[in-house]
Structure formats: structure tokens, C-alpha cells
Write a protein that binds this ligand. Structure first.
Ligand code: AHR
Length: 490
């Protein structure tokens, strides 16, 4: 077993890790909202106001900080007035982006904001720019957030909600270079400036549609044309495609070691993306007033055979847990600029953290990574370094990914993963001036393609990591192959 030397400088505090980096995304897509979160009050599945109790409990346990809704591509087809008032009167529409199914609008503004209150998270609402109007967006924000008297607040009260909700984040459009209106960067930046003018004044942070992956020109245009009063966040969307071929993305359950390594190598592209978009943003915003919000990320595979191709239902394996750990470590390491990240998507869609089938629910390996990483939220990133090893000859794939933070009680949290399928590593970590007395550690490990299923829901779950040795300023442990580890020192 080879030894990797690691260093942590706990006095070198770099940036605060915003809790919103551990955010989620729930779209009206497939079985994410309907069946996954919302089953209706008359359902035999135990629910609170129509929301599944099992899912609510699972989300509360990992302290979900923010949920983005209603899309995604759906957002730029969504007219919010269709989703308020008595359910029997709500308009039925066709979900044109996702399977052409009927959307009965039974989950609308009140249901989403109630859901956020139930799980205790900040709402992030994306308004319709592609097929909506400035007035419609303005009215929606006023309906949700104003305490003054107005036709919109009267309507809200008539629909049963007296007090305004607190909505911290408003997204102005989604992928407006694509499904949100096929706009050019210049056109969207002007439209953005117009929309944002009529939104806000209620303590809201406005997030603009940002680039797709490596479109640095889009970032440049938005940063040049919008100032920090107009835009508090710029989004970035980037998905990991195992094969890099959108037509044949690769399976979520049936893949070999070569595809495993390729997938993880592709996910490391996030490091380059963050570095380059940050550099563009820095040119215009040296004070880091505008945050980079990676509000869609995760692995996107082919759908599970026999399921609706428009529903984007895929399984989730130990590979995806490692992929999540790499991305979350990268977001932590770039938390000087990355203020939010939202994994796509919360339930039953893409890299879901929970899957449901009827009344059954299963927590995926990715769920457990979020659980193991949750102590980073609102903590300070501290300097860490590891002597790493490359796993592929031609492509970039470091074996180990890590980040370290210190919370306001002085506890140190280390999250670290090993992508190697062959090698355990002995980690020899120096922590100068450490005076910790206690150490506790967890490990998530399994065969690379192992999933939690409805038949075997606990195939991949965290366990205690044994043999961690803390001796003054030295910490030593074995990092098993194909694993994610979290360590707390206090
Ligand atoms: O998450 C699925 C889709 O991916 C979203 O609707 C869209 O924004 C992106 O292209």
C-alpha cells in the first residue's frame, strides 16, 4: 500500500463555504415532483399537505439548504397563475419538454413554498423569461414576497396565505441560450437587465442564466453588461456524460471499469470550468460580489430500460457517490466564488438523492455523500494539500479528491475520496498546531457499480472507519479503494 502525504493548515482560512453549495433542484419532470415529492392529500402514502413524509424526513436529515424550482426547461414554459387557487379549477397543460405528459398544476407556488417550509430550506424560484412577460414575473414575486396591499397580495390572501413567504433567490430564466428561448448572449443580457429591473426590493438575490459548460464568452458578456446591483449570481450548468456522447450517454447500472474511470475523468473537467469562469468573473468583479451558482450539475446517463425517455430516470451507484464527492470538494475549494450549487435532481431524475416506487423510498449512494459532507455547510474552508497520483495514462484523473473545513466550534472536517479500484492508500496527514483529542470517521465503500435498490436498500451505506490514528499533529488512516471518507476532529 502506498503512502500519500497530506498537509492541513487550519490557521489558513480561505473562504466561507456557503450552505447553498449543498443545494438541490426539483423540476416538473418525470416523477420528481409528482410521485417523488408530492402525492396529494388523499394518497394512501403517508403525507403532510400532500408531500411524502418519508422524503421530507430524508431531506431534513441532510439539512437541505435550498431547492431550485420549477425548472429547468419547464420554468420557461410555466405560467405561475395556472398553479394557484382551488386545485379543481387549475388549468391542465402539456409538459412539452418532458414526455408531453399532462401537467395538472396541482403542485404550484403554495405547495412549493410549503414544501420548503416543511424541510426548512431557502426557496430558489426560476421565473419564466422564454415565454413569459416582465409583468408576469414581477407579479409572481410580489405575490410571494410582498407584505403591502396590492391586487397580487390580495389574491395570495384569498388563496389562503396571509403572510408573505421569504424567497431568497429568484432565477431570471433558465438555459436561455437553449430551451429557454434560443437567445444570443447579447440579446439575453439585455432581456436580463430589463427583467431584473422589475424584480427585487424584497431582499431577494437575483440569479442570471449563465453559460453552458465552457462557454466563457457568455460569462464575459454577462459580467460586462450587468453589475452587482443587477445580478448577485450567475449560473453555470455542466453535466457529466460517461461516454461524452449525448446520443449514447452510457448506462447507470451496466458499465465496466474503463467507463467508470472515463466518467470520473470527465467529472474532473468541473475543476477547469470553475478556474476559467472564475478568471473571467474576476476581471469584472474583483470584490467577488457576484457569485457563481452551479445550479445544475451531476451525472446524466441513458434512462433505465423500459422507462419513459422523457422522464430521465436513472439508477445511482458507488461511482456516482465518488463523482458527487469530487464535485462537492471542488465547490468547497472554490467557495471564494462558488456561492451555490444544485445537484440535478432531487428525486427520481438524473443523479437523484432518493428514488421512490409507490410507497417505497430508497436513499442513493449520492444521498449518503451529502450526509457525510453536511458539516462543511457555513464552515470555513482551510488550506489542504495532498501528494496525489494520476490513475490514467492519457487523461486527467487524480486518485484522491479532498477538502477540509473548520466550523465555528473549532471542529475540523475532512472529506476525501479514492477513485482507484485497485489501491488502498495510507494517508499520512500533518496538521501543524493541532490540539484535537477526539476523532471519528465514516466510510462509504462498495463495488463501483453497486446501487441501493428497493430490494436491497442498504447495499451502499456509510460505516465507521476503523484504525484512524490521531497523535498530536499527526493523523493517519487507510483510505480504501473506491471509497468516500469523512473525518471529524474535535
Ligand atoms: O435537468 C434536466 C434539464 O437539463 C433541465 O431542465 C435543463 O435546464 C437542462 O438542460
Amino acid at each position: 500500500m502506498s503512502t500519500l502525504k497530506m498537509t492541513i493548515d487550519k490557521s489558513n482560512k480561505i473562504s466561507k463555504i456557503n450552505k447553498e453549495i449543498y443545494g438541490h433542484f426539483a423540476e416538473h419532470l418525470g416523477r420528481c415532483i409528482y410521485g417523488g415529492i408530492y402525492v396529494g392529500e388523499d394518497s394512501p402514502i403517508p403525507n403532510v399537505k400532500g408531500m411524502r413524509k418519508d422524503v421530507i424526513e430524508a431531506l431534513k436529515a441532510i439539512k437541505v439548504p435550498v431547492v431550485r424550482w420549477p425548472g429547468g426547461c419547464f420554468a420557461d414554459t410555466y405560467h405561475w397563475m395556472d398553479g394557484i387557487g382551488p386545485k379543481e379549477d387549475r388549468k391542465k397543460i402539456v409538459n412539452v419538454n418532458w414526455g408531453g405528459v399532462t401537467e395538472d398544476n396541482s403542485f404550484g407556488t403554495h405547495e412549493f413554498l410549503d414544501f420548503c417550509e416543511l424541510i426548512g430550506c431557502e426557496p430558489y424560484v426560476s421565473v419564466n423569461v422564454g415565454s413569459g412577460t416582465v409583468q408576469e414575473a414581477h407579479d409572481w414575486v410580489e405575490y410571494m414576497t410582498s407584505s403591502n396591499e396590492s391586487p397580487m397580495t390580495d389574491l395570495r390572501k384569498k388563496n389562503g396565505r396571509q403572510e408573505p413567504w421569504k424567497v431568497k433567490y429568484i432565477g431570471i430564466g433558465n438555459e436561455n441560450w437553449g430551451c429557454g428561448g434560443s437567445m444570443t448572449k447579447d440579446y439575453y443580457s439585455d432581456v436580463y437587465r430589463q427583467f431584473q429591473q422589475f424584480i427585487g426590493g424584497y431582499g431577494i438575490q437575483k440569479i442570471a442564466c449563465g453559460p453552458s459548460s465552457a462557454d466563457y464568452d457568455w460569462t464575459d458578456t454577462m459580467m460586462r453588461k450587468c453589475n452587482p446591483w443587477q445580478m448577485q449570481g450567475l449560473s453555470l450548468h455542466h453535466y457529466t456524460i460517461p461516454t461524452s456522447d449525448w446520443a449514447h450517454k452510457g448506462s447507470s447500472v451496466d458499465f465496466d471499469e474503463k467507463e467508470y474511470y472515463n466518467t470520473l475523468s470527465h467529472t474532473w473537467f468541473m475543476e477547469k470550468l470553475l478556474e476559467n469562469h472564475k478568471a473571467v468573473m474576476q476581471r469584472y468583479d474583483n470584490d467577488k460580489k457576484i457569485g457563481l451558482c452551479v445550479d445544475e450539475w451531476g451525472i446524466w446517463t441513458d434512462v433505465i430500460e423500459g422507462t419513459n425517455p422523457g422522464f430521465l430516470y436513472q439508477q445511482n451507484s458507488m461511482r456516482d457517490a465518488i463523482l458527487a464527492s469530487i464535485n462537492l470538494n471542488l465547490f468547497n475549494l472554490n467557495s471564494d466564488r462558488v456561492t451555490m450549487a444544485n445537484i440535478a435532481q432531487m428525486v427520481n431524475v438524473l443523479q437523484a438523492i432518493v428514488l421512490t416506487e409507490g410507497d417505497k423510498m430508497v436513499k442513493t449512494p449520492t444521498y449518503h455523500v451529502f450526509d457525510m459532507y453536511k458539516e462543511h455547510m457555513e464552515a470555513m474552508l482551510v488550506y489542504s494539500n495532498i501528494e496525489n497520483k494520476q490513475l490514467l495514462e492519457k487523461d486527467y484523473l487524480p486518485a484522491v479528491s479532498q477538502s477540509v473545513s473548520i466550523d465555528n466550534e473549532g471542529k475540523l472536517h475532512i472529506t476525501i475520496s479514492n477513485a482507484s479500484l485497485d489501491e488502498n492508500f495510507e494517508i499520512d496527514c500533518a496538521i501543524p498546531r493541532a490540539e484535537y483529542k477526539n476523532v471519528s470517521a465514516k466510510v462509504l465503500t462498495a463495488k463501483f457499480d453497486k446501487c441501493n435498490t428497493f430490494e436491497e436498500p442498504e447495499a451502499v451505506v456509510p460505516a465507521a472507519l476503523e484504525g484512524v490514528k490521531l497523535d498530536g499533529e499527526s493523523l493517519r488512516f487507510t483510505l480504501p479503494k473506491c471509497s468516500v471518507v469523512s473525518i471529524e476532529l474535535c
